[in-house]
Design a protein around this ligand. Structure first.
Ligand code: SF4
Ligand code: SF4
Length: 90
């Protein structure tokens, strides 16, 4: 499931550089997450990094983009290229 930034975002700019998939960009009014690039940080970190740093807790899961962990992993592989099966991140 991708995450989504709600209109409570204060445009603090903290989350954008933390995203390992470059999924976060400033939209017309607030920051936005590209659901085709958000893996919930699967493949990179145990927890979503944007959620960890957001000072106003405005990044919930997006119910419009429900995905299994396997699907998120496949998205990660598509974005990053194949990773050896014995990779410690798997
Ligand atoms: S959960 Fe991870 S991949 Fe998704 S937008 Fe946040 S930092 Fe980026
Ligand atoms: S960290 Fe939170 S408040 Fe700051 S830009 Fe990102 S979503 Fe908006």
């Amino acid at each position: 499931m991708a995450l989504i930034i709600t209109d409570e975002c204060i445009n603090c700019d903290v989350c954008e550089p933390e995203c390992p998939n470059e999924a976060i960009h400033l939209g017309l009014e607030i920051y936005e997450i590209d659901p085709t690039r958000c893996t919930e940080c699967v493949g990179h970190f145990d927890e979503p990094q944007c959620v960890q740093v957001c000072p106003v807790a405005c990044i919930p899961l997006d119910p419009r983009h429900v995905e299994s962990r396997e699907t998120l992993w496949q998205k990660y592989q598509r974005l990053q290229g194949p990773v050896p099966a014995d990779s410690p991140t798997r």
